[in-house]
Design a protein around this ligand. Structure first.
Ligand SMILES: NC(=O)c1ccc[n+]([C@@H]2O[C@H](COP(=O)([O-])OP(=O)(O)OC[C@H]3O[C@@H](n4cnc5c(N)ncnc54)[C@H](OP(=O)(O)O)[C@@H]3O)[C@@H](O)[C@H]2O)c1
Length: 249
């Protein structure tokens, strides 16, 4: 069983905690946040502070840390987990470039995976869309994203899909209506057929499923910095490798 510490217990972190707690591959040992709020009393909770965190880690050892807090937090706990060989899964959406470099540097000593899009479904959609784009570069591509009425900006995930498919952001259509949690659709227009790849987010627990997937894969690797793509691709290679018939068999 993998012992896990969770950093961040906000909207996403609370949902992730529920998923990790319910997954028998993991033991959720503690939660660290900015405040000292009690939260779920069943799990020890601490305030994340540079002065006290190393001693907390020694009293509450874990194999891995999952971060759903903010971009600053890794500067508080980074060296403490590096020294103890603790694996890191970071879901922080946006790091400044210097912090991103620091996290990559942690990969020299520990296993690290950092992804701004941690749901398994979106990562699979991006992978499948990239494959189709490569196979059929002549097909038209449009990206449709739908979210709740008050979401102001264009979805970062939709922009990421556009970047991965090498299409202009102008190919993204955004709809804002009601309470839609998150809908992403990539539409490939062929001359005589249409392919639609669709992902719908239902609940924030999907972030937990994604983090659990990443962590379960990451612990199979030696220390290093990994992307979600690499973990997913290696697994897909292993799964389909034996089905592939060599071209000159
Ligand atoms: N990769 C993905 O797919 C994905 C998905 C969802 C969210 N996220 C990212 O996850 C992060 C949290 O999102 P959210 O919506 O849950 O935000 P949120 O509701 O504002 O919660 C943030 C949590 O992090 C804690 N926190 C903030 N700064 C901290 C610090 N310096 N040290 C320790 N704890 C700190 C807060 O502590 P208090 O409770 O004490 O205030 C709170 O528990 C964001 O970066 C978001 O972009 C990523």
């Amino acid at each position: 069983m993998i012992k896990v510490g969770l950093i961040g217990y906000g909207r996403a972190g609370a949902a992730v905690a529920r998923v990790i707690e319910a997954d028998e591959r993991f033991a959720l040992c503690w939660i660290a946040r900015r405040s000292a709020g009690a939260g779920d009393a069943a799990i020890p909770m601490t305030r994340l502070e540079a002065g006290t965190f190393p001693a907390w880690l020694d009293r509450h050892p874990v194999d891995a840390v999952i971060d759903f807090s903010d971009a600053e937090a890794v500067h508080i706990y980074g060296e403490a987990i590096r020294r103890r060989g603790i694996t890191l899964v970071s879901a922080i959406s946006a790091y400044p470039e210097a912090t991103r470099d620091y996290i990559r540097g942690l990969g020299r000593d520990i296993r690290v995976m950092s992804s701004p899009n941690i749901t398994l479904g979106i990562n699979f959609l991006m992978f499948a869309a990239r494959m189709l784009r490569r196979i059929a570069p002549f097909a038209d591509v449009e990206i449709l994203e739908q979210h709740f009425r008050d979401k102001a900006e264009v979805s970062g995930t939709a922009r990421k899909i556009a970047e991965k498919l090498d299409v202009d952001d102008e190919r993204i259509t955004s709809l804002r209506l009601g309470g839609i949690v998150g809908h992403h659709e990539v539409i490939f227009g062929f001359p005589y057929q249409t392919v639609r790849l669709v992902h719908d987010s239902i609940r924030r627990e999907a972030f937990g499923t994604g983090a659990a997937f990443a962590l379960a894969e990451l612990v199979k690797y030696p220390p290093g910095y990994y992307t979600y793509d690499e973990l997913l691709l290696n697994l897909i290679r292993q799964e389909i490798g034996s089905d592939v018939v060599p071209a000159h068999a």
